[in-house]
Design a protein around this ligand. Structure first.
Ligand SMILES: [Zn+2]
Length: 346
């Protein structure tokens, strides 16, 4: 759930199956996780994000994959940056911006932090399932993770060039100014060559994965992240609260489409924004299972079954090109049938 789009691939967050460190090769169970924290946020805000992450790890550890490492970046006074899960190198990075200290620990703050950590848990679990059962899908994950890392590098390359230009502003001695300008010109040149190389590599990966459409993948990730948030908070409006901050609704994404008290139905669903594409499936899981006393204490298990159904569905759609651009309504109907098939027996 990003508030704005910043990368070449679309939204900074979640445009791809990001691979939590080691989740592909070793399924990390239990709640042990190395957590590092940075950012200009207050000590209280940082402690709160860390607490939410640790509690979520412990809550979901029996059923979802807990990545071995995570870095949390907590930024104060900020509502314009996208809140995001970014994969930088081997340690996944969660960016949690907040407006002011009054927000810390509140519904919006909690919703943002848990949704982003939910991406890590949900996607890590999807990947572990794919690695075990669906080799084609696992290979596709790998390629798209690589493309995502390259896209991040392209973005960072641009940011670094901008930072160097900023250096010029403070320079007063003319010789020094000229020296910095020359350095920038040299760096720009070498960066551009690097960036062009990365862009060519991304194109190759896209081609090798049949240009499988982005929403097809990201929709499942958003669904899992939303379910993790609702399960942990017990609040069916948790995502809605994260999107309507300071009385201002997020402009890019319809908040009501993720208010799960509204009971979204697949019939006639046309929302194709990746964040809300599978909202009827999320609504179904919440109404049919989270609210059922037989499942209420086993929400992590329910989410695991949703991830199993999602991996199965993704694999089928990956192998059959005719299923790649289906309507939002049909995508929800397919997934709901698979979820029910897994949970009906209970
Ligand atoms: Zn998201």
């Amino acid at each position: 759930m990003a508030l704005s789009c910043v990368s070449a691939f679309g939204c900074a967050e979640s445009y791809i199956f990001k691979r939590p460190e080691g989740a592909h090769r070793v399924i990390v169970t239990g709640t042990h996780q190395t957590i590092t924290v940075s950012g200009n946020g207050s000590a209280a805000a940082k402690a709160e994000v860390e607490r939410l992450v640790r509690e979520a790890n412990s809550f979901f550890s029996s059923d979802l994959v807990i990545p071995s490492r995570v870095h949390l970046e907590v930024a104060a006074g900020n509502n314009d940056e996208p809140f995001a899960l970014l994969h930088f190198g081997e340690t996944p990075r969660i960016f949690v911006p907040y407006l002011n200290e009054a927000e810390v620990g509140g519904k919006a703050f909690t919703g943002v932090a848990l949704h982003e950590h939910g991406h890590l848990l949900g996607t890590g679990t999807l990947e572990a399932i794919a690695a075990e059962k669906y080799p084609h899908l696992a290979a596709l994950h790998e390629a798209r993770v690589r493309a995502g890392e390259l896209a991040n590098k392209v973005r960072l390359g641009g940011l670094r060039a901008m930072a160097l230009s900023e250096m010029l502003r403070g320079r007063v001695v003319i010789e020094e100014k000229i020296a910095v300008q020359q350095r920038i010109a040299r760096m720009r040149q070498s960066k551009q060559t690097q960036i062009n190389g990365w862009l060519r590599e991304i194109d190759k990966i896209q081609e090798a994965t049949h240009n499988a459409p982005l929403p097809m993948f990201v929709g499942y990730e958003e669904l899992l992240a939303d379910l993790v948030t609702v399960a942990k908070t017990g609040d069916e409006q948790a995502i809605y609260h994260a999107l309507v901050r300071d009385g201002r609704a997020c402009e890019s994404y319809p908040a009501t489409a993720r208010d799960f008290t509204l009971g979204h139905k697949p019939e006639g669903w046309t929302e194709d924004d990746v964040h809300a594409l599978l909202s009827p499936a999320a609504s179904h899981v919440i109404e049919r299972y989270f609210r059922d006393p037989r499942f209420a204490a086993r929400k992590p298990y329910v989410i695991r079954q949703v991830a199993e159904a999602a991996a199965e569905d993704l694999n089928e759609r990956f192998l059959d090109v005719s299923l790649q651009n289906i309507k939002p309504e049909d995508a929800n109907v397919r997934l709901i049938a698979k979820i029910d098939a897994r949970l009906r027996a209970h």
